[in-house]
Design a protein around this ligand. Structure first.
Ligand code: SAH
Length: 334
């Protein structure tokens, strides 16, 4: 990578160069050589230069991360298939983890997918700053579900994905956090598989991980807890039942998603199973976003302190965790 600023600021050129280099996969150089080796083959099938340019632009824009993972032999076979019409090269839908909100917490794969998407189908908790990474010409379709408000059904979302992909468009299905945690990804993947539409998944940073980082607490601690449960406060039937007996135990640790409205229910169930009322609970609202709030409380005061702090969500209830010195130092510094 070389960057020039015509002598105006070599320091800026250096900073831009290292920023761009950090986004490029390590295999980029090797990959470029493999592409060079495919030029003769491409020329044979597409003798006109504009046709070749369109061919490469389409595939490299849409499928770069996948192509980079192929061996030279596989890539050669893929390109041959694409040139002869038995096209396997393109993924049509990617389920992408948008992370907790801060765009710096996106993976480079997620950024690349967003840059090349024709259609971006996104949820309520995907932050605006992440959405702006998509192309301006892309079609943005909001399919957010607001708790307690009639919202778009899962079948309608599945239909949108199938319909857009069937039109040959590259669809990014953008979900907050990690797409495989409380994201109904399986239902969408099943619908796509049933329609024979190739799909893949780019993981993201889940809200529990971002919340733990915000309070500087290790989710697992040697000698204290060997497991951490990821729970939902709600399921399709209302408040979600859990294995309360084991969650009420002394060393139990849990990160509760969608738990704000269920806080009194969770408190009641844990106390019923003899949990210590002084068990620390730390609530992190809007983890990683500028409006992040941390509330330190205990089981006995959980619902009241949530109400007093005006927490409405999105928030994670970290049961058994206290904010550590790291987080306090960060708080003092900001
Ligand atoms: N797939 C997402 C979870 C979707 S369920 C993930 O992996 O994070 C929606 C719940 O996620 C919210 O009710 C809230 O509990 C949690 N959540 C999402 N973003 C959050 C954020 N920035 N801060 C705190 N909690 C968040």
């Amino acid at each position: 990578v070389s960057i020039g600023t015509e002598g105006t600021s070599p320091a800026l050129a250096r900073a831009l160069k290292s920023d761009i280099e950090s986004r490029l996969p390590q295999e980029t150089g090797r990959f470029a050589k493999v592409l060079k080796g495919l030029r003769a083959l491409t020329k044979q099938h597409l003798p006109e230069l504009p046709d070749r340019q369109r061919f490469w632009a389409k595939h490299l824009d849409r499928d770069l991360s996948n192509m980079l993972r192929r061996t030279p032999q596989q890539l050669k076979a893929d390109v041959k298939d694409a040139l002869t019409g038995t096209e396997k090269l393109l993924e049509q839908v990617v389920l992408v983890g948008a992370g907790p909100g801060d765009p710096d917490l996106l993976t480079t794969a997620a950024r690349r997918a967003l840059h090349s998407a024709d259609v971006i189908v996104y949820d309520r908790l995907v932050s605006d700053t992440v959405l702006t990474l998509g192309r301006r010409e892309a079609e943005y379709i909001y399919v957010g579900k607001t708790p307690g408000v009639p919202s778009i059904g899962q079948d309608a979302i599945n239909d949108i994905l199938v319909e857009k992909a069937s039109q040959g468009l590259f669809v990014v299905r953008l979900k907050s956090g990690d797409p495989l945690i409380f994201g109904r990804a399986d239902e969408e993947l099943d619908a796509l598989a049933a329609a024979h539409i190739p799909a893949s998944i780019i993981p993201g940073i889940t809200a529990a991980a971002a919340s733990a980082a915000a309070i500087g607490a290790s989710l697992t601690t040697r000698g204290t807890n060997r497991a951490v449960a990821l729970l939902t406060g709600h399921d399709a039937k209302g408040f979600a039942e859990q294995d309360w007996r084991s969650l009420a135990g002394e060393g139990a640790r849990a990160a509760v998603y969608m738990g704000v409205g269920a806080a009194r229910f969770i408190q009641g169930r844990l106390m019923l199973h003899d949990a210590n009322p002084q068990t620390p609970v730390t609530v992190v609202e809007n983890a990683s976003r500028p409006e992040q709030i941390i509330v330190e409380t205990c089981l006995a005061r959980l619902p009241d302190d949530i109400a007093a702090a005006g927490i409405k969500g999105p928030a994670i209830l970290l049961i058994g965790y206290t904010a550590t010195r790291v987080a306090q130092a960060q708080k003092a510094a900001s």
